[in-house]
Design a protein around this ligand. Structure first.
Ligand SMILES: Cc1cc2nc3c(=O)[nH]c(=O)nc-3n(C[C@H](O)[C@H](O)[C@H](O)COP(=O)(O)OP(=O)(O)OC[C@H]3O[C@@H](n4cnc5c(N)ncnc54)[C@H](O)[C@@H]3O)c2cc1C
Length: 379
């Protein structure tokens, strides 16, 4: 009945299902274990009509024209430039750290010296890693590097990854950039926007093709199995391709152990004030157990006397209890992942794709680009 089975209705699975159905006229069965489409990009309206991102705030940005044009078939966009503030020493300051931030956190005379030193040594509108600033002979630039490391990076990273300072690799630390300019936007990409009716609407439009059948609330293991390199669907051997966007360790029954992830506890709260904070995101690098607060009304403005916010508390991932959000990049984990990857190549018709199946972090535009690439290679 079906030419292709796709597991997972996030961007990886939905883009592939849409392309195969619309460009190759193949019959696609899309199986999703959740009750909803969109994967981690799923959004929905709460009782006040505020569009919330169920799995954490998602901001679209890309330099990839192909991705932009592809997604634009399924949505109109609203103009939106993402700006993030961080609470540093009790003040709200723009990040990534730039010249405006310097003037907010240092006395004016020192800030001016820092600005002059930056412009003397580096190009305007360039990004300079703090490691490079630290190597400078200029004392003001070294002070700036230390400040950014301590107040913006260190404690945020400790919270986000549950690490002690000494466990944070200096390779990563050194790459934290300072922006030598006054552009307060979080991203510099050419295309930055919010889908007019939200992300779920994009998925609805993608999956509306007559060749796509959707099974929600169904786990891969409920209807499929892999045995001796063959794929079975409802106990019958399936000769078509299986596109799998779930966890590769789960597909092979965790036979080598679970792949480690970092998880999040997400706490939504509705507050009887019109606005809670000045921007969508405010980061709290040095205070509280949460890393940031998101106020969703900034993404889709709405006339409403209350507002809904989200606090993100990073926590260890416990399989079966919370969700795997961020893969943890260590050499050891990559070796473990490779064991599962070698199992997957033994299954002829299996195509693992997506953030879980490939055990890597993809932004939305990257995963759309990856799915389009997989589709083109397959053609
Ligand atoms: C907190 C957070 C914030 C983010 N913010 C941004 C942002 O601002 N901008 C940006 O560009 N990107 C952001 N991202 C990244 C974005 O979420 C990913 O790029 C995107 O979700 C990847 O899509 P995917 O299809 O690979 O995975 P997913 O969206 O996770 O989709 C996989 C789907 O497969 C289903 N599935 C898994 N296993 C099975 C199974 N056994 N049976 C059936 N179904 C199964 C899952 O339920 C899920 O629906 C963020 C990620 C996180 C974690």
């Amino acid at each position: 009945m079906f030419d292709v089975i796709v597991i997972g209705a996030g961007f990886a699975g939905s883009v592939l299902a849409e392309r195969l159905a619309s460009q190759k006229d193949l019959k696609v069965l899309l199986i999703e274990r959740r009750r909803e489409i969109g994967g981690n990009c799923h959004d929905f309206k709460n009782e006040l009509g505020i569009l919330l991102h169920k799995y954490g705030p998602h901001i679209f940005h890309t330099d990839n024209v192909k991705v932009w044009e592809y997604l634009s078939q399924f949505t109109k966009w609203d103009v939106y430039f993402h700006k993030t503030l961080a609470v540093v020493d009790g003040n709200l300051v723009p990040i990534p750290f730039n010249i405006n931030t310097i003037y907010k956190v240092f006395p004016e005379s020192k800030a001016r010296r820092m600005e002059e030193a930056l412009l003397k040594h580096f190009d305007y509108n360039s990004k300079v890693p703090i490691l490079q600033l630290n190597e400078s002979l200029d004392g003001d630039l070294r002070e700036l590097a230390d400040f950014v490391y301590e107040k913006i990076f260190l404690h945020y990273t400790e919270k986000q990854w549950g690490l002690k300072p000494q466990e944070i690799s200096s390779e990563v630390t050194g790459r934290v950039p300072i922006f030598v300019g006054r552009d307060d936007r979080y991203f510099n990409d050419r295309f930055q926007a919010i889908p007019h009716l939200g992300y779920t609407e994009i998925f609805r439009n993608m999956l509306a093709h007559k060749n796509i059948s959707l099974m929600l609330n169904t786990d891969f293991h409920d209807v499929c199995r892999i045995e001796n390199g063959d794929i079975y669907f409802m106990d019958q051997k399936f000769e078509g391709k299986l596109i799998y966007t779930g966890q590769l360790d789960e597909l092979f029954d965790m036979k080598y152990g679970a792949l480690p992830y970092r998880s999040l506890r997400l706490e939504f709260e509705t507050i009887p004030v019109e606005w809670y904070q000045p921007t969508t995101n405010v980061n709290y690098p040095n205070n509280y157990g949460f890393t940031r607060i998101t106020e969703f009304k900034h993404l889709h403005p709405l006339n409403c006397s209350s507002t809904t916010i989200l606090k993100e508390y990073p926590e260890p991932h416990v399989p079966g209890e919370n969700l795997p959000y961020y893969p943890i990049f260590t050499e050891q984990n990559q070796i473990l992942y490779q064991k599962y990857a070698s199992e997957s190549v033994k299954v002829d018709n299996l195509i693992p794709v997506g953030r879980l199946a490939e055990y890597r972090y993809y932004d939305m535009d990257d995963i759309v680009a990856r799915a389009l690439e997989v589709f083109e290679k397959w053609i």
